[in-house]
Ligand binder design. Structure first.
Ligand SMILES: [Zn+2]
Length: 160
């Protein structure tokens, strides 16, 4: 994990914070091409009632529309939280490359339990359980406290 990669992950945390401030859930993702250039970014947008509007899903669809198969395979998706099964599947179906996440699905699931919040409606699975050919790195410990704090704020908001 070099400095530039940590910077991409910091941007994911920043996008997650923007999502939370806008009434959405704290998730953000950045797609970087094989040359190291940021090509697309997005954040969670579920507040309008469409719970499939995860940034990783949006980036997979963006990649399918805008990148060649070779470019997709060479791209890396950085994300604040490990892809859910829907997003892992979309990532694999469009042939994207590596994933680097800050916090794992198992960590998020554990936090929700600890805070007495309901689990997601889809089973918590690692990316590799859904998409075994995708290279995955994470958690990235130095940024986990920042993303945990955003999820704690969401839990507090949802619980009141
Ligand atoms: Zn997802």
């Amino acid at each position: 994990m070099d400095t530039r990669e940590v910077e991409h992950l910091r941007r994911c945390v920043e996008l997650a914070g923007e999502a939370l401030d806008a009434g959405d859930e704290p998730f953000g993702s950045v797609l970087v091409d094989g040359a190291g250039t940021v090509r697309a970014e997005d954040r969670n947008r579920v507040a309008d009632g469409d719970a499939t509007r995860h940034p990783e899903f949006a980036l997979a669809r963006w990649a399918a529309a805008n990148l060649s198969p070779e470019e997709r395979a060479a791209a890396t998706v950085y994300t604040s939280g490990e892809h859910c099964p829907m997003c892992s599947a979309a990532h694999a179906w469009v042939g994207l490359g590596r994933i680097v996440y800050v916090a794992s699905s198992a960590q998020l699931s554990g936090w929700l339990d600890a805070w007495g919040r309901p689990q997601a409606p889809v089973r918590s699975l690692s990316v590799q359980e859904v998409a075994p050919s995708v290279t995955v790195e994470g958690p990235v410990d130095e940024l986990v406290p920042a993303i945990k704090e955003l999820h704690r704020r969401l839990a507090e908001r949802s619980g009141s």
